[in-house]
Design a protein around this ligand. Structure first.
Ligand code: GDP
Length: 343
């Protein structure tokens, strides 16, 4: 063997494709996979490539290390072409209209995008890359008002077009697994947050408003249902659970949750306390922000993921919200300094 031949033969690198790579979960997952030595590809809309400043901020720091492909979840041929070209070992299908509140304003696009998008991905994998292991981002919203805590055996009772769209995707993934032998696993993830969470979700709304009020940029925060209880975990740990599912011997569906719930009121009090503020001097309860059908309590029982995958969350709610407030304070302080520099 010539000297150096061993060094020249590169180790086997797994390839992963992520739809929704520009989102909170996609960005954490891409970092985790890069850390494990994967070749990481992402599906993004063409507009994202044309407007990287606004649409790619969560993955800006890893852009030189990943490959992006333009496709639309609304177009089967475009999804098919990317999957055929990349031939991923693992495909993480995270892309969706992911905000429940918006699904009440536009049921039609939520159902069409989420349901067809998942169907297109499944059909394309079956035809063009049948050896791919597929992860589908299902959701605790599929449980709706089912009694808490919910697990994989709980009967689904979705209460929004979003929940219905995710339930359809979940059944489609299961059906492709059973009917065509596709390696498909669904993660039934409960709410998961981080400093990268979108501003429309209640955690980020509260932490960003706490920072903005603290810095004198705003004076009030408007919220809807303060009594809703959610099981909030950290998105980075939930992305890790996705990888564990695809690296288990057999495909299956798992609830991923902390098992602990807190109300929106507790969230508000904790975030404002972290910013050194009294929330009740700034809170306005706005009936327009109450959803036509809300879910009172979502609380997951993730014993199966803990037992089978060895996954368990470590970041407590308190630490999560304090991390988000600290990050938002830093962000708005720097934004203020940047704006000041232009005066
Ligand atoms: P979801 O569980 O996926 O719907 O996550 P959200 O963060 O959007 O909402 C969590 C809960 O907070 C729901 O029960 C909402 O009704 C409640 N909530 C109360 N006020 C607000 C608000 O101003 N914005 C949002 N997004 N949710 C709110």
């Amino acid at each position: 063997m010539p000297i150096g031949a061993r060094m020249l033969s590169s180790p086997v690198v797994k390839t992963a494709l992520i739809t929704g790579i520009t989102g909170q979960d996609g960005s954490y997952l891409a970092e985790i996979l890069l850390g494990k030595g994967y070749a990481v590809h992402g599906v993004v809309r063409r507009v994202a490539i044309e407007d990287p400043e606004h649409r790619l901020w969560r993955i800006r720091h890893i852009l030189p290390r990943i490959r992006l492909h333009a496709a639309s979840l609304e177009s089967f041929p475009s999804v098919f072409q990317v999957i055929q070209r990349v031939q991923p070992d693992e495909l993480y299908h995270l892309a969706a209209q992911s905000f429940v509140g918006y699904s009440f304003e536009d049921e039609f696009s939520t159902l069409a995008t989420n349901t067809n998008g998942t169907h297109f991905v499944l059909a394309a994998v079956k035809e063009a890359s049948p050896g791919t292991r597929l992860y589908f981002a299902a959701s605790s919203e599929m449980f709706g008002d089912a009694p808490a805590p919910q697990n994989e055996q709980t009967r689904f009772q979705p209460r929004s077009a979003y929940g219905i769209s995710k339930l359809t995707g979940y059944h489609l993934a299961r059906n492709y697994r059973e009917a065509y032998g596709l390696w498909a696993a669904s993660g039934i993830l409960y709410n998961h947050e981080s400093p990268r969470r979108g501003f429309e979700f209640v955690t980020r709304k509260v932490t960003s408003m706490a920072a903005r009020i603290k810095l004198g940029i705003e004076s009030e925060i408007r919220l809807g249902n303060l009594d809703a209880r959610r099981d909030w975990g950290h998105a980075r740990e939930y992305a890790m659970a996705m990888w564990s599912m695809l690296n288990h011997e057999t495909p299956d569906d798992y609830v991923v949750a902390t098992g602990e719930t807190h109300s929106v009121r507790e969230l508000l009090e904790l975030a404002f306390d972290a910013a050194g503020l009294d929330p009740y001097r700034h809170l306005v309860v706005d009936a327009d922000l109450v959803r036509p059908a809300d879910i009172h309590t979502l609380q997951g029982d993730s014993s199966k993921a803990r037992r089978v995958l060895g996954w368990s969350p470590t970041i407590a709610f308190d630490a999560l919200i304090r991390e988000m407030v600290a990050s938002d304070l830093e962000y708005y302080e720097q934004a203020g300094a940047r704006a000041g520099a232009h005066d």
